[in-house]
Ligand binder design. Structure first.
Ligand code: GLY
Ligand code: MN
Ligand code: MN
Length: 465
């Protein structure tokens, strides 16, 4: 075999094939029809330079195919012997491959990835009127792209143009992605194995950053340490823009690693993790630039850590997705009262801090999100139906074994007259990735220390070397 071909293990091919079968079964259960799903477009960065290509997560979930310019068609009305799972992809092209590298071409792609048939992407518009003829429904990413909507219209027009020969166009268009969302929310063994490796690489990167950190270094130097570790272990990219924020910068939630110098006495917040083989990890650690927390930093750190522990304890199959957020809120709110950041005389107890959302000035995000192929992964957070609450929202979803989510409480205390000065400009977040199990959850990212004493011990060790 051509040595430029990436390895695609037979097991992985079966995984993608069986996901396609599951989608086909669901389409059949809904009366049959044709599903169309394209990968992401290539995007220009400037002049003739593209952003690095990243496949569409839904498309990759069903194909494992990571070349650009590819479309999957699933025909749930295919009769015996007709192809149900069809790939359209770039043709072999010796000249383009000389410049850009290997491409499978339809024939090898069908073979390697287990499609029933494959054709050149340029032939998609020719095939679609035939494939859509007499289909009851078209399933696609409804309302996600004007370009796709225009293509769909063109295909349907082409079928209608044949109506005098007795062919009918689909009468129903249906959103395809929610079917895949539900599947993506529960990770299979193949996904969990990759996510464990991604988590492990990211944890090593965080350990490396703690190890390398010295007052006087710039934020971008720590970013470089992280990226080096990701890539050195084969991760293709960071899963999201790396945050390396020192001192007051840590209070900016999406601060990208910048030029600021880490000073003795600063806390450094790193929220950075890799994407490996299409799967994200997501880790945040906050540690002292000098290797020693100040007493005020340690107080806030231990509150955030206790909030995270409470949220972890609340995470298991059968409980509401909101339970971990509420568990974290209670601990954080109590901590805000205990430290005098919120006035006990004014609020009384933690119930009022929560009822009045007084914590939100210092904790303005939720405690977790689904994690998977996308860092903020696919999947609804609320049930499709059920009684609505006072705000009109439907009930939170119930966790099931196989969900993967982050648990990431934080506190962000800016300089303000009504806040004790010792806490000013302190931003802390602690984030781990959790796999929900029947009896609890398993943290995938704990190969990097999280207890303040353990962080200090790791940094002491590195400073003495
Ligand atoms: N790194 C993005 C997040 O924590 O949600
Ligand atoms: Mn996160
Ligand atoms: Mn994060």
């Amino acid at each position: 075999m051509n040595s430029l071909i990436e390895d695609v293990s037979p097991i992985a091919v079966d995984v993608y094939r069986s996901r396609r079968e599951r989608v086909l079964a669901q389409l059949r259960a809904q009366g049959g029809g044709l599903a169309v799903l394209s990968t992401a477009p290539e995007v220009m960065r400037n002049r003739d330079t593209d952003y690095p290509f990243r496949h569409d997560s839904y498309f990759y979930y069903l194909t494992g195919f990571s070349e650009p310019e590819a479309t999957l068609v699933l025909n749930a009305s295919a009769r015996d012997g007709e192809p149900a799972s069809i790939l359209f992809c770039r043709e072999k092209n010796v000249e383009r491959e000389t410049w850009e590298g290997f491409r499978y071409g339809p024939e090898a792609a069908a073979e390697a990835f287990g499609f029933d048939a494959a054709f050149a992407i340029g032939a998609l518009d020719d095939h679609m009127p035939r494939l859509l003829a007499d289909q009851p429904a078209l399933f696609y990413a409804l309302g996600t792209s004007a370009e796709l909507d225009a293509k769909v219209r063109g295909w349907i027009d082409a079928v209608r143009a044949q109506s005098r020969s007795g062919v009918r166009a689909p009468t129903r268009a249906q959103h395809l992605l929610p079917i895949i969302d539900e599947m993506r929310m529960v990770k299979d063994a193949h996904e969990i194995a990759i996510m464990r490796r991604a988590a492990s690489i990211s944890a090593e990167a965080h350990r490396g950053a703690m190890h390398a950190c010295r007052p006087g270094m710039r934020e971008y130097e720590l970013e470089a340490e992280l990226l080096y570790t990701f890539r050195r272990h084969g991760a293709q990219a960071p899963a999201y823009g790396s945050i390396v924020a020192t001192g007051a910068n840590a209070c900016v939630l999406h601060y990208p690693a910048g030029n600021a110098t880490m000073r003795d006495g600063d806390l450094v917040l790193i929220d950075a993790a890799c994407e490996l083989d299409g799967y994200a990890s997501d880790i945040t650690r906050t540690f002292p630039a000098s290797g020693r927390f100040t007493p005020a930093q340690r107080e806030l750190y231990d509150i955030v850590l206790a909030a995270q522990s409470a949220a972890i304890d609340a995470t298991r199959a059968g409980v509401s997705f909101d339970a971990l957020h509420q568990a974290a809120l209670e601990v954080l709110s109590q901590g805000l009262l205990d430290t005098g950041i919120l006035d006990k005389a004014k609020f009384g107890g933690v119930e009022n801090v929560i009822a009045e959302r007084a914590y939100a000035r210092f904790y303005m995000h939720r405690t977790g999100h689904w994690l998977g192929m996308d860092v903020h992964d696919a999947g609804e957070y609320r049930e499709a139906d059920g009684p609505r609450d006072e705000q009109g929202a439907r009930p939170w979803r119930t966790l099931v074994a196989g969900n993967v989510l982050t648990i990431e409480p934080g506190l962000y205390v800016r300089a303000a007259e009504d806040v004790p000065e010792r806490y000013w400009n302190t931003g802390i977040r602690i984030e781990d990735d959790a796999l929900v199990t029947p009896g609890g959850c398993e943290l995938l990212t704990r190969e990097v220390p999280v207890a303040a004493d353990e962080i200090e011990a790791l940094m002491r060790e590195s400073i003495s070397h």
